[in-house]
Design a protein around this ligand. Structure first.
Ligand code: BDR
Ligand code: CA
Length: 311
């Protein structure tokens, strides 16, 4: 089994990613670390606990991380996710307690305790916790197998400014430090996640599952897709974060290219832009595998089959 740590700011799409990971026997979910992003930290932490409880996974530690980006004020996205971050269905107060370890300590300790080159980090929100861990313990860089993250965009432009995707925009300095860390990176940018759309037919198939998770996920998707449906006039919204977990499970669902990627941290106009050298015009070495296209039907077949395994 592939050991992973998910760093997250749930978020309906983060929640679906957590469920997909929790339901997949190929993955060993070592822990979930929370970060401020879509909503403030106390809510992302509460939401992560609710989602693991829903999945029947009280065994997974939830560790609380950074409450703000490294050096800019927090920007949140209630206009997309609702005031709780997880609008669409009211889940009960979870029994699962918060782990006493700080997220950054948990990441460092876990990487040091496990055999080097085995643990994959899966950041689904701003990269603050990952950057803090790399700052505090530079030795972990060589111990991380790979960072598989949702963030950035190139062909599709941005979703929070014309240039920037939300996760990178919120903490551009953290993203810069991660992209220059030397750790192997796979990134799922908007270019690929905008192909993975929650159409009515796909949601119906999930709602029809004979478990509670099916109804909950369908309700989340219906709330979440409204923002993009109104904005882009399409059927369905993008299921960003689950692409990270789907790539771990079935990389063949995606096409990709190894590229040099740099993050803009200074410019007011293009803050948080991921400058992806898709055409290799700079001659700079590739530092990330950039996902480009997805087999969306294959993705939803996998997701639906796995969600069916949950309570
Ligand atoms: C990313 O931002 C958040 O709103 C989503 O959870 C996803 O991680 C998409 O830009
Ligand atoms: Ca997220």
């Amino acid at each position: 089994r592939q050991p992973i740590i998910i760093d997250t700011d749930p978020g309906q799409d983060d929640a679906v990613a957590l469920l997909l990971a929790a339901a997949s026997p190929e993955l060993e979910l070592l822990g979930v670390t929370t970060v401020a992003g879509n909503v403030p930290l106390h809510l992302t932490t509460l939401n992560a606990r609710k989602v693991l409880e829903l999945a029947g996974r009280r065994d997974v530690p939830v560790c609380v991380g950074a409450d703000r980006p490294l050096d800019v004020p927090l920007v949140t996205a209630e206009h997309v996710h609702g005031d709780t971050g997880l609008n669409g269905v009211n889940l009960p107060e979870p029994m699962l307690a918060v782990d006493p370890r700080h997220a950054v300590d948990f990441i460092i300790e876990t990487l040091r305790a496990r055999e080097a080159g085995t643990v994959t980090l899966c950041p689904l929100g701003p990269l603050t916790n990952i950057a803090l861990a790399l700052r505090r313990a530079p030795d972990i860089a060589s111990r991380i197998k790979r960072i598989v993250l949702m963030g950035g965009g190139f062909f599709e432009g941005g979703n929070v400014t014309p240039a920037a995707e939300f996760n990178i925009y919120v903490d551009p300095q953290a993203a810069h430090e991660v992209f220059t860390s030397g750790v192997p990176i796979t990134m799922a940018p908007l270019d690929v996640t905008h192909e993975v759309l929650t159409t009515a037919k796909r949601i119906d198939a999930i709602r029809a599952l004979p478990n509670r998770v099916g109804a909950v996920v369908a309700a989340w998707m219906e709330f979440f897709e409204r923002y993009d449906e109104e904005k882009y006039g399409q059927d369905g919204g993008p299921l960003h974060d689950p692409c990270v977990i789907a790539w771990l499970l079935q990389p063949g669902l995606f096409t990709s290219r190894d590229c040099n990627v740099r993050v803009e941290t200074q410019s007011e106009l293009t803050r948080g832009m991921t400058v992806i050298d898709w055409w290799a015009v700079t001659g700079l070495p590739a530092n990330a595998q950039v996902l480009r296209h997805a087999d969306a039907d294959g993705f939803f077949a996998l997701l639906t089959e796995r969600l069916a395994q949950l309570p």
